[in-house]
Write a protein that binds this ligand. Structure first.
Ligand code: NAD
Length: 360
């Protein structure tokens, strides 16, 4: 069988790592017809938009995509292409496994966590009102009237919607993932002690959903600040974490740090019958085009893609090849060497070559 997969190389280091991942996936022997689509800065130059409709059409048609990171300008400019893709395609669950591979430099041992981040709402919904605008003043007046609270006149406002619908489907996803992958426990992470209505609703839904899995999957909840400390002190106590969008984003990087850094943290965005795979890391512009950064996160995102396609034997082989190359520590990028200035570090494509040698 030949699968059709949309490939969005991305910008910054995107092309380096996505090309490496594509070659490694092809080396497993799984037949994939790649449909390349451009988004981000390059698409802006060519088509006058960072997210041309043909990109969305291609993912909707093929149902599976893999994407390199794309720059999001801070403060002004276009809305994140990454967030837009997740929202417009309804990819509501962001799956981010964080596992320590032997040979990776880390202060920890035995970490094997799964992060499930809600992908479509929360403060990431992109509903913001700029400081000083007439509609912001109107919004402030309206909120003051409705809530009885006062807001400083020179405020910008961001809206945090948390719904039963979006919370339920992502929490159910986390429990179903736990059942399917022989995991023991789901921990819901929130700040419901302060945000009683929004995070409170997320926690209430989590407790309700947990009832349906009683006896199969253990359930607990943690307040997000305490969760950060617990993850630093005793990450081995945790298994599957499910979080609203913003906490999920922050804790993904924290957990990537536990297992050796962004270079080794893969991810998947999954919706109903559609999935887009991408590394947790961004486009690291200072390394763009240097053939320097670690392709592991992107290649492991490819492993997640192969599992999604039920190509489990190929996924196992590719994951083992990655693990073996890292464990051997010879053909690895600078970030995986004990000394980051080690001159024996290889480039992105050479590390991919070493993985390909083992996967064949
Ligand atoms: P980043 O993840 O791009 O890079 C931070 C640092 O992490 C880098 O300087 C580098 O030292 C290290 N790093 C990242 N990837 C690595 C790899 N593969 N190998 C080795 N080291 C690696 O984060 P940033 O600098 O905050 O963001 C840069 C841009 O990427 C921003 O515009 C941001 O919005 C965007 N971004 C995109 C995505 C995405 O496409 N999904 C995700 C996060 C950030």
């Amino acid at each position: 069988m030949t699968y059709k997969v949309t490939l969005i190389p991305g910008d910054g280091i995107g092309r380096d790592v996505s090309l490496a991942a594509k070659r490694c996936i092809d080396a497993t022997g799984v037949k994939i017809e790649w449909e390349e689509q451009i988004a981000g800065a390059e698409a802006m130059e060519k088509f006058g938009t960072v997210l041309p409709t043909q990109v969305l059409d291609s993912v909707r048609k093929n149902k599976v995509a893999i994407k390199g990171p794309i720059v999001t300008p801070v403060g002004k400019g276009f809305r994140s292409v990454n967030v837009q893709l997740r929202v417009l395609l309804g990819l509501y669950a962001c799956l981010r496994p964080c596992k320590i591979y032997k040979g990776v430099k880390t202060r920890y041992a035995g970490v094997d966590l799964i992060i499930v981040r809600e992908n479509t709402e929360d403060l990431y919904a992109g509903i913001e009102f700029a400081e000083g605008m007439a509609r912001t003043k109107e919004m402030i007046k309206c909120i003051e009237e409705l809530s009885g609270s006062s807001i400083k006149k020179d405020s910008a406002i961001g809206i945090k919607p948390i719904s039963i619908t979006a919370s339920k489907r992502v929490i159910k996803f986390a429990f179903d993932y736990a059942v399917k992958n022989n995991r023991k426990k789901v921990t819901a992470v929130h700040k419901a002690n302060i945000m009683k209505e929004t995070d409170g609703l997320f926690l209430k839904v989590a407790r309700d959903v947990a009832e349906d899995y009683k006896g199969k999957i253990e359930f607990e909840d943690r307040i997000v600040d305490n969760m950060c400390m617990q993850l630093i002190q005793k990450p081995e106590l945790y298994d599957v974490l499910v979080l609203p969008n913003l906490y999920g984003d922050i804790l993904s990087d924290l957990c990537a740090g536990l297992v050796g850094g962004l270079g080794v943290a893969p991810g998947a965005n999954i919706g109903n019958g559609m999935a887009l795979f991408e590394a947790v890391h961004g486009s690291a512009p200072k390394y763009a085009g240097l053939n320097k950064v670690n392709p592991t996160a992107m290649i492991l995102s490819g492993v997640l893609m192969l599992r999604y396609l039920n190509e489990n034997a190929a996924a196992d082989r590719l994951e083992k090849a990655v693990a073996d190359v890292i464990a051997e520590g010879k053909d690895v990028t600078y970030d995986l060497k004990a000394d980051r200035n080690d001159p024996s570090a290889v480039g992105t494509s050479q590390m991919a070559d070493a993985i390909i040698e083992r996967v064949k």
